[in-house]
Design a protein around this ligand. Sequence first.
Ligand code: UD1
Ligand code: CA
Length: 462
Amino acid sequence: MTDVMILAAGLGTRMKSRRAKVLHELAGQPLIAHVLRSAFELAPEAIFTIVGHQADEVERAVRDQAARMVEANPLVSPDLQFVMQSEQKGTGHAVMAAQDRLRGRRGPVVIVAGDAPLIEGSTLKHLCATHLAEKNDATMLTVMMDDPTGYGRIIRDAEHRLVRCVEQRDASPEELTIREVGVSIYCFDAQALLGALERLTTDNAQGEYYLTDVPRIIQQLGKRVGLLCHSNATEVLGVNTRVELADLEHKIRTRKLRELMLSGVTLLDPATTYIHQGVQIDPDSVIHPQVVIEGASRIGSGCVVHSWTRLKNVDVGEGVTIRNSCVIEDSAIRDGATIGPFARLRAGAEIGEKARIGNFVEVKKSKIGRGTKASHLTYLGDATLGERINIGAGTVTCNYDGVRKNETVIEDDVKIGSDTMLIAPVRVGRGSVTGAGSVVTNDVPPDSLVAGVPAVVKKKLK
Ligand code: UD1
Ligand code: CA
């Protein structure tokens, strides 16, 4: 069984941040969550995360992501272990911090840096398979970079075997011209790794224990070391600065947008469209420029989302139109509904089939029935609305009495007159009508017209 080790103790000085680097977000998720997602594809027995800076937050980020992964596939549920590296004296030192945990391990250990978020699970699998097939004691993933600045260069001998890995700051001008680099991704035999760690020194420009020295030491001990040169340089890019973070954000975003377009979604202007990795959109939906779709949002087919709208964790059915400038979170919109422009839905709003939520309407924690319309300037909170209701402009469910949130129920076929205040808890019976400007303090019986302040029954409609 394979183990994985993620190096995530560093602050990431070059980020110029108080936050640990691996907590910085890419496509809405901490860097380390991306690495974890790929690590899970190895179905590892254990995942050791080396933590230091903001150890608790990093641990939480790992546990949160792991919980999501296990929920999606309960068959892969690795033992999550956290190892404290209180002082960061280099990538080799990080692994040394976990020495005791490695002693009993038999299988291969895949080590990855927590700052390379685009790494794919398939690449880690390939690394592991190559390591086992070649019966190596260490296998190091490398890549040819057009601009290798900042990366450790790989020096090979005439037979293409590893001589050593040299860091940017330790390299001679001649060595700096080498384009093959190490990417902080390795597969080790646990016992070979332990043996080499004991011999690691800090004899280098930064006075650190370099993990990059370990393969050479293993080789010097007469063991087998392999180099696996990966063809995709983008996938193994590390994030060291915010410029690189933005660059990866652009790459990961473009990859997602491309997938969506190839699967049948029209994006009018991919350059200004921001769609997070976990978002699903069915074919024949059209996304206009400057739209942001985040979280675990799902959009059915035949929908149109217009410009300047932001959706987060929204479940959208089929044939839904979302007009300009809507902000919608944690909500559901059923087939054929129309939202906006300038609508705000949040905290569990559920908009029924063919319902219409118009401009300057806020809906919170409310269920809106099929075909019901609230077209202008309205607040619906903690409310349950039936079908075919019309809500006049300026209607407010007065749900908060200063202490409690109270519920409003409006039954089918009701017409709420403009500027009606519904003082919750209150129920408006089926088929009733409220006059403009009513302040409804008591339940309204079915088929009645109420009006006034406070509203009283004026007549029975049926
Ligand atoms: C490292 C490699 C370099 C390689 C590059 C690829 C070394 C010495 N250098 O350099 O050859 O080309 O990655 O991206 O390994 N970390 C710890 N504890 C520490 C130091 C680092 O946990 O004491 C963690 C960091 O949090 C980070 C990862 O290790 O996630 C890599 O560290 P970083 O400082 O970014 O290494 P690079 O300088 O990029
Ligand atoms: Ca790095």
